[in-house]
Design a binder for this molecule. Sequence first.
Ligand code: KG4
Ligand code: ZN
Length: 345
Amino acid sequence: IRPLRILGIETSCDETAASIVVRHADGRGEIISDVVLSQLEEHSAFGGVVPEIAARAHVEALDGLIEEALSRAGIKLSDVDAVAATAGPGLIGGLLVGLMTGKAIAMSANKPLYAVNHLEGHALTARLTDGLGFPYLMLLVSGGHTQLVLVKGVGDYERWGTTIDDALGEAFDKTAKLLGLPYPGGPAVEKAARNGDATRFDFPRPLVGEARLDFSFSGLKTAVRQAATAIQPLTEQDIADICASFQRAISRTLKDRIGRGLARFRERFPTLSEPSLVVAGGVAANQVIRSTLQDLCNEHRFAFIAPPLNLCTDNAAMIAWAGLERMAAGLPADPISVAPRSRWP
Ligand code: KG4
Ligand code: ZN
């Protein structure tokens, strides 16, 4: 088999991204170019992603980013074997921009089009970065998703747990907003927590002890609000203590929830010699959460795999790779009529 080369496009949220990825004959993946434009500045004044602003920013940036990805790779459009674009889940305006662009390129250059599920992109990234074999367990923790997924094969997933209310990144963002910290909240909360007393507040840890593997974070946010309104005015130390206690509650929740997931994985695949937990999503940047997961994996004798941060957060290389995985598995390309889906489990 000759190497396969693909153009990937990602526009599902507030990152506009394009990438060229190669799958070599031995199955190894290689990122040839990977360009990402974050819209953080456009949205920060609003304390969150504004869909209409995001869609317009994608329209303005995407053509240039695709050209940049091609020129960094030193190739032309006619040199790629296929085009992969995120078709969902995400903000519909952005999805339309990326998928329509992918379709236009695929049609004009006469290449197959792969309409990729964004979550599948996150799920398969560890195979690109670490050459991981199936099956493995994946924890996706981002601003929009909190899922524990069994990855059995390309296109073959079991969702073991999901949030019943807020996503974990959303809980960080809302907590930051409550405390007057800047957007995005995750890094701000983590920074503030460094000088805080994690034992000062005993915040709730919803669903801990339950057999099902779901998550819930809205009660935690409410408890933070109550703590913050009970102390007025809030000093910098109060904010630090709340942030540290908030992260401690999350750590303990994850320990319980993911610990159960690892045990279930062992039961399901008792003969697998080196089981792995992969983490993805922007919240994976958090050092407290990382070390919690690392400890948990050590305890359960799992390998803990955290792809480099730029591949944990939204990017087009993972979309390109998901397309390559489908090509290599002999799965069909999508018809040009394929529609974007804001919801797509
Ligand atoms: O994966 P991502 O870049 O975008 C999507 O949501 O798709 O994740 C962004 C989320 C935001 O909610 C942000 O607050 C959170 O990841 N985040 C963090 C940290 N860095 C980013 N949460 C906790 N600690 C961090 N250091
Ligand atoms: Zn994502």
